[in-house]
Design a protein. Structure first.
Length: 258
């Protein structure tokens, strides 16, 4: 499924996991479980030894995954085996893409059923070669904006992004937070809305997911809390959390219509 097709039924719940944690073999089953629990889009992170946009929880998951043998080849193998009806999205860092070759990486995404890419350390001003490879292989290249993104640059990034615009809920790295900040609400309001808006970094509870939808987002992204549950082997709790978050997102949309 294309990302644009998924957003026809917005608002959505987008869930992130780190491929290879706890093992490369476990990843396809986790992806299928997330879909069954209600995830509308699944971000599959490729672990990196220096994940500069990620907080301690995902950093630790990346180290476990690398120690378990996860690499780029195994990543695409796992993604291909994880056959689901919802979109799968790559999330990772540019040097891993560059090392494999831009065309090859985008082609491998398409072959394994990945229809979108999020590359946190690639600014749109430098993304033209990868954009070309993504267009050639029908893969969306998704860009990020933050609360401190200036208005003119925000407009430019929204024009360049494909699939959806990733709104970073707060400055800093990923990780569960206890509240949705006013800066996040202001950022949602500042984005014109020509592309779907998905909010991540710090979303960890059903109420937070519902809050960003009420504020005008088209999707809530949850990651660190899911990675933490996987690390502790609490897969049933992970599934229950996804079900609760999906219900909260849909409930917030209904409330806005009343």
């Amino acid at each position: 499924m294309r990302i644009s097709e998924a957003f026809l039924a917005s608002p959505l719940l987008i869930v992130y996991i780190c491929a290879g944690d706890p093992t490369p073999e476990a990843t396809p089953d986790l992806v299928r479980r997330l879909e069954k629990a209600g995830a509308d889009i699944i971000e599959i992170g490729l672990p990196h030894s220096d994940p500069i946009a990620d907080g301690p929880t995902i950093q630790a998951a990346a180290q476990r995954a690398i120690a378990a043998g996860m690499n780029t080849d195994k990543y695409f193998q796992a993604a291909a085996v994880a056959k689901v009806a919802v979109p799968k999205v790559f999330m990772g860092y540019y040097n891993m893409i560059y090392a494999r070759g831009l065309d090859k990486f985008a082609r491998d995404c398409a072959k394994s059923g990945i229809t979108g890419m999020i590359v946190p350390d690639l600014p749109p001003e430098e993304a033209a070669p990868l954009q070309e490879a993504c267009i050639k292989n029908a893969v969306d290249l998704i860009f990020l904006v933050a609360p401190n993104t200036p208005p003119a640059r925000l407009k430019m990034i929204e024009e360049e992004t494909s699939g959806f615009l990733y709104l970073v809920a707060r400055t800093g790295v990923t990780g569960a937070r206890s509240e949705v900040l006013q800066d996040t609400r202001d950022l949602i309001a500042r984005v014109p809305g020509r592309k779907p808006k998905a909010v991540g970094f710090g979303i960890s509870t059903p109420e937070q997911a519902a809050e960003v939808i009420r504020a005008g987002a088209d999707a809530a992204i949850v990651g660190s809390v899911c990675v933490d549950l996987i690390a502790r082997g609490k897969i049933e709790e992970l599934e229950q959390l996804v079900r609760e978050m999906k219900a909260a997102v849909k409930g917030a949309a209904k409330a806005k219509l009343q």
